[in-house]
Design a protein around this ligand. Structure first.
Ligand code: CMP
Length: 140
C-alpha cells in the first residue's frame, strides 16, 4: 500500500453549520493527516472549472450554485492508501446510501449538499491538488 495525497473539500453546507472541526476529527482519527488546508470563497468560474468533468450533467448548474453559496475548506490529506481511505470515510455520494459512521451519513443534507468532496483516483488527485495548492503549501 502506498502513501498517497488526496484532495478534500469541506463544502458550503458543512462550513455554514460550523462542522469543519468535526469533519477534520474524522479524517485524523481514521489515520489521515491534513498536510495543507485553506478556507476560500470559490467564484463561479472556479467552481465550473473544478467540476468541468460534470458539465454535461443535469445537476451541473445546481452544483456550481451550491459550491459558491458559501466558503469551502480545501485540504490535502496524506496517508496510506489515502484516496480510497478518504472515500470510505466520506461514504456514498447520496447520504441515504452512506454507511453509518461516515461523514456523509452523519452530516450531509442531500445528494448535492453532501458536506465533502474527495478525489476518486491517483490522476484526479494530482490534478485537483494542483488546482488549489502549490507544492510549497503542502507540508507533510
Ligand atoms: P462530489 O463528490 O463533489 O462530486 C460531484 C458532486 O456532484 C457530488 O459530490 C455531489 O455534490 C453532486 N452530485 C452528484 N450527483 C448528483 C445528483 N444526482 N444531483 C445533484 N447533485 C449531484
Amino acid at each position: 500500500m502506498a502513501r498517497q495525497h488526496t484532495l478534500s473539500i469541506i463544502k458550503p453546507d458543512a462550513t455554514r453549520r460550523n462542522l469543519t472541526g468535526q469533519i477534520n476529527a474524522k479524517f485524523e482519527s481514521a489515520g489521515l493527516r491534513i498536510v495543507a488546508q485553506k478556507r476560500l470563497q470559490l467564484t463561479q468560474a472556479q467552481a465550473e472549472a473544478f467540476y468541468a468533468v460534470h458539465s454535461a450533467r443535469p445537476f451541473f448548474a445546481g452544483l456550481v450554485a451550491f459550491m459558491i453559496s458559501g466558503p469551502v475548506v480545501a485540504q490535502v490529506l496524506e496517508g496510506e492508501d489515502a484516496i480510497a481511505r478518504n472515500r470510505a470515510i466520506m461514504g456514498a455520494t447520496d447520504p441515504k446510501k452512506a454507511e453509518p459512521g461516515t461523514i456523509r451519513a452523519a452530516f450531509a443534507e442531500d445528494i448535492e449538499a453532501n458536506s465533502v468532496h474527495g478525489s476518486d483516483s491517483v490522476e484526479t488527485a494530482a490534478a485537483e491538488i494542483a488546482f488549489f495548492f502549490s507544492g510549497l503549501e503542502i507540508v507533510g
